[in-house]
Design a protein around this ligand. Structure first.
Ligand code: BGC
Length: 763
């Protein structure tokens, strides 16, 4: 790695020598020449508007307004209200150095038109679709006064206990890298210029936030450099290569240093090795949290964060509060402050804010371009392709003429459809599963069927805990007003009068996302009781699973007739789910996270390594091999898995040559045939395995995929061109190398059911 870093740093230096200054550099030189030090530090400060989308009023005694007037605020986040932001912008322009604000927002999966949650989106394996969904989000956000979105979240996660697994693209670094690029292109476009409907991305959380020990949010990360370079960093890197404009540092530590002050992560890797030239903002209050990490007081941690490469402080007031003092004491230099200030001004310049500070603040666009029927149609189209059929004994697709009992606490829950981080949603307006089914079929009955949990306190926490964390004195509406047994009895009675039951269970909105780790990832007890009672009726039961994480579904897999994992699908959820249930759309989603059999298997991921005493995934317990006494090693549903209403048959893998010189190329192919009665989409996946290498390697690593569409009966040859680039990894000396020798090239419909050929790479 060192060599690569030095080489790219030297190249950058050479490139900058003797080059005429760009217009941007000249402009910012001029601006900074006129700014006071206090104003420069002010640019490094980001505050929350405090209202999240709700119509805020600009009041002179508001803390943010006072800071703005004093030239102490570079950006604001948390509002998508054009009128409010226009007023703040006006104050920014008449105060301090008159520099426009950058306006950020957590636009995570859509804006007012809510798209499927990111984990769902990733199961489409469709980069064009992801870019399309993101484009809609960019258009809506930019029409709402927002020019900077806190997305994409690209943290790799191998542990479903972590609630924020829902915000990312799963466990695989290669797929994660492709998806990261699709997001950046969707938000920022494919060129350097920002059109007024394109917004600056903020790639987060840099870095390794998803590797929190035991899946507990904000927890320590304990990984080595080789492991992070091979298993975790690629999505962050690919986002930088795609031109991402900013990064957000993460809450966790790495190598004993909080990420927010980690110069290896921010400087050596991101800037020097990958050439990122935008700015880095801390996560909310992450600077002041370094005090609790045990590093020092606010002055100390602020100085160290700036020096390590952090440019903007979100909500800690560490920079505006202490940098002047640190400068006086020689802990930071003017150069450190100038560097950070310049990066933020550059972003504002690139966004066109100096040319027109109101560029993103057009009330007409806000009225015309947000939450439109056209955008909702995209949300429905996208959502259809983000559902994973986990089991089907033939009951699906349903007939629209069937008598259908729709039951379960998530059947009529609009907020569960919108999912986590959807603060700009139109509350209560997401189409529920019940509504979607009713819109499609005439004979539908409904019963809630169960509470979420048997425990009342848990029910309250899940329903109202988030709001109560902001307002501890908030009165809580009564929960468990009907006993679980009575709710179940109603559902069972409907089931008995129906041809089929659609049971809508899983996780509601606040059971995943930030600060929502779970140690038990099964279907909550009250809902599991409902499923057992439904099973006892003998009627066919289709589980529609709303969730933001993999769950343990061993009982459901053995006892239910079908399981459709729909995650949280957004504004058009119910319609898109009905499209799939009734076969108007053929499901094509494939898992991007492993579904374990038991929580005790976690962390569980397909690209694990062998041990010296390997044990086959589904073989029974054997003493002195690497396995458990009480559960097999293998997952319930592997990475890449997902069924369709049709069947696909794969030929053997063919290589255009059995050996490849290290600077050569080879093509690996399979022929895929749709052997069923319906047209369908299939994601063909290519994995590699380096049989002998100088460092240990995973048993399988994804290195290519293609999503194809085949008519019933149609077959197609699918080719993957491979070169040494696809076979490289970071060895134990952190060199990125392809080592000659034999590689297994595996192709299949998921990470488990692959066919292989051996490719020999020669010097
Ligand atoms: C989250 C970030 C988010 C930020 C601003 C933090 O708590 O970790 O993902 O962007 O808040 O809302």
């Amino acid at each position: 790695m060192k060599k690569i870093i030095l080489a790219s740093a030297a190249l950058a230096l050479l490139a900058s020598c003797g080059q005429p200054k760009s217009d941007m550099d000249k402009y910012i030189d001029g601006l900074m020449g006129k700014m006071t030090l206090e104003q420069k530090i002010g640019q490094l400060n980001l505050h929350s508007a405090g209202g999240f989308i709700s119509a805020l009023e600009v009041k002179e005694d508001d803390a943010n307004v006072k800071l703005l007037r004093a030239g102490q605020l570079g950006g604001i986040y948390g509002s998508g209200n054009v009128e409010y932001l226009r007023q703040l912008q006006a104050i920014a322009l008449e105060s301090g150095a008159g520099i426009p604000l950058i306006c950020g927002l957590d636009v995570i999966h859509g804006h007012e038109t809510v798209m499927p949650v990111p984990l769902a989106l990733s199961t489409s394996w469709d980069m064009d679709l992801i870019e399309k969904a993101t484009r809609v989000a960019a258009r809506e956000a930019s029409a709402s006064g927002v020019n900077w979105v806190f997305s994409p979240m690209v943290d790799i996660c191998r542990d479903a206990r972590w609630g924020r697994i829902v915000e990312g693209a799963g466990e695989d670094p290669y797929l994660g890298g492709e998806i990261a690029k699709a997001y950046v292109y969707g938000y920022q476009g494919h060129d350097d210029a920002f059109d007024k409907d394109e917004v600056l991305t903020c790639v987060k959380h840099y870095a390794l936030y998803g590797a929190a020990e035991a899946g507990r949010d904000y927890n320590t990360v304990n990984l080595g450099r080789q492991e992070i370079l091979n298993g975790y960093m690629r999505p962050y890197q690919q986002a930088a290569y795609a031109g991402a404009g900013s990064y957000m540092s993460s809450f966790n530590e790495f190598e004993g240093v909080p990420a927010t002050m980690n110069s290896y992560l921010m400087d050596e890797l991101l800037r020097q090795a990958w050439g990122f030239d935008g700015f880095i903002v801390s996560d909310a209050t992450a600077v002041v949290e370094e005090v609790a990490h045990g590093i020092g007081d606010l002055q100390e941690v602020s100085a160290r964060s700036l020096k390590a490469g952090l440019d903007m402080d979100m909500n800690s007031d560490g920079f505006i509060g202490t940098l002047q003092k640190s400068l006086d004491e020689g802990k930071v230099s003017v150069k450190d402050i100038d560097r950070a200030c310049r990066r933020i001004l550059e972003a504002k310049y690139k966004l066109g804010l100096f040319e027109d500070p109101y560029r993103y603040l057009d009330p007409q666009r806000a009225a015309a371009e947000v939450y439109t029927e056209a955008n909702k149609a995209v949300a429905r189209e996208v959502a259809r392709d983000c559902q994973v059929l986990l089991k089907n004994n033939g009951i699906l697709p349903l007939s629209k003429n069937a008598r259908i009992a729709v039951v379960g606490p998530l059947a009529d829950d609009a907020s569960a459809m919108a999912g986590t981080w959807s603060m700009s949603r139109h509350a209560g307006e997401s189409v529920t599963i019940l509504q979607g089914i009713r819109d499609a079929a005439p004979k539908v009955t409904y019963a809630k069927g169960s509470n979420l949990f048997l425990d009342k306190a848990m029910e309250e926490t899940v329903l109202y805990g988030l709001m109560r964390s902001f307002r501890p004195d908030m009165p809580i509406p009564p929960v468990h007003t009907t006993a679980n047994a009575a709710l179940i009895a109603q559902a069972v009675s409907l089931a008995r009068q129906s041809d089929v039951v659609v049971a809508c269970v899983g996780e509601t909105q606040n059971m995943n996302g930030e600060g929502a780790s779970r140690s038990d990832i099964s279907i909550p007890d009250a809902q599991a009781e409902l499923l057992r009672a439904l099973k006892a009726t003998g009627k066919p039961v289709v589980v529609v699973l709303t969730t933001g994480r993999p769950l343990t579904l061993t009982w459901e897999d053995a006892n239910m007739d079908a399981i459709l994992c729909t995650w949280s699908q957004g504004t058009e959820a119910g319609h898109a789910i009905a499209d799939v249930l009734f076969g108007d759309a053929n499901p094509s989603g494939k898992l991007t996270t492993t579904f374990p059999m038991s929580v005790g298997q976690l962390p569980l991921y397909y690209n694990h390594k062998n041990t010296g005493r390997p044990h086959p995934d589904y073989a029974p317990y054997r003493k002195f091999t690497s396995c458990y006494m009480d559960v097999v090693n293998g997952p319930l549903y592997p990475f890449g898995y997902g069924l369709s209403y049709t069947d696909f048959e794969y030929s053997d893998v063919e290589l255009s040559a059995a050996s490849m010189p290290i600077n050569g190329k080879v093509t690996a192919s399979v022929t895929v045939r749709n052997t069923g009665q319906r047209d369908g989409k299939e994601t063909v996946q290519l994995y590699i395995h380096d049989i002998y290498s100088t460092s240990t390697r995973p048993v399988k690593e994804l290195r290519g995929f293609k999503k194809i569409e085949l008519k019933a009966g149609e077959s197609r040859k699918v080719d993957f061109e491979l070169s040494a680039e696809d076979l490289k990894y970071y060895d134990h000396e952190l060199q990125y190398v392809c080592e000659p020798g034999d590689f297994e090239i595996m192709i299949g419909p998921n990470s488990r059911d692959t066919k292989a050929a051996v490719l020999t790479v020669t010097e």
